[in-house]
Design a protein around this ligand. Sequence first.
Ligand code: PHE
Length: 343
Amino acid sequence: MDLISALESLEPELEAGLAQASSLEKLEELRIEFLGRKGRLAKLMSQLPSLDPAERPKFGQRANELKESCNARFDKVKDSLLAARERASLARFDSSTPGRKYWQGSLHPDTLIMEEICAIFEKLGFDIAQGPEVEIDHYNFEALNMPPEHPARDMQDTLYITDNILLRTHTSPVQVRTMLARKPPLAVVVPGKVYRRDSDLTHTHMFHQVEGLLVDKNISMAHLRGILTVFVRDVFGPSTEVRFRQSFFPFTEPSAEVDISCFLCGGVGHIDNEPCRVCKGTGWVEVLGCGMVDPAVFEAVNYPKDVSGFAFGLGVERIAMLKYGIGDLRMFFENDLRFLQQF
Ligand code: PHE
């Protein structure tokens, strides 16, 4: 058969093949057989030099036309096979099958409690203030009436970055920063992370505090007691009682620890003749430290002599443990979803 007739016979043969191609795989085989780099068309083209020079252009032109029309035919069949496959898979799809549930995040109990505490104080007119977790010695200790060598520093030992820069041991340095940045009267609450060296069942290297500071004229301990009573009743229930026990902090004078009547046993210390497990039979649980701002602190921030104020600091995890009945502090930081999903 001469080259031209061989070329012309390709098209009907391909047509027959396409009519038979029942799958995308078969179609691809057919494409390679006819149009591949070593396919039938390519083989015929490679014989072009054996033709009479006068016939070559006509042959070349015809071969190119054929190539294009064959490609178009392949594409058409391919499209219809793809559409058929899509239809088949839709027919198998059962829209009543239950879907897979998305993993859903939730707020950490620390975040929830901090938001709740801040919201209560915002209602009472306090602003939210924040400060850095990497703090200078002056704000963390010195301006809070804890000069170098002060024994109270030992109780709050921490991680030092340099001799002068440390991870803050409490949120109280933000008292100093706030007073330096603002003039009285002022009232702020300060939620945030703090760092200490302790690590045991009830202490972790990092935990959260909320600090409170109010400065104005003629502020007394009665204001402190009133504000804290409103606060604990909002968190632990309206019948909660408040008790002040004398204590010591270098930056408050006088200072107190605040206990609340136990919300589990109602303050009686026992349930069905068993000692209450929350207050250990005492009827009271400790929730925070507080006091009247020490004049030495006002002096460190150059406040006038006629101002007075109170400050308090509470442990967020402690409040969360009491409120939610969480038995182990470490659970807060283990990232166990079985724990975190309960909030
Ligand atoms: N900063 C103190 C602590 O971390 C708590 C405190 C704050 C006490 C404010 C009094 C006033 O232990």
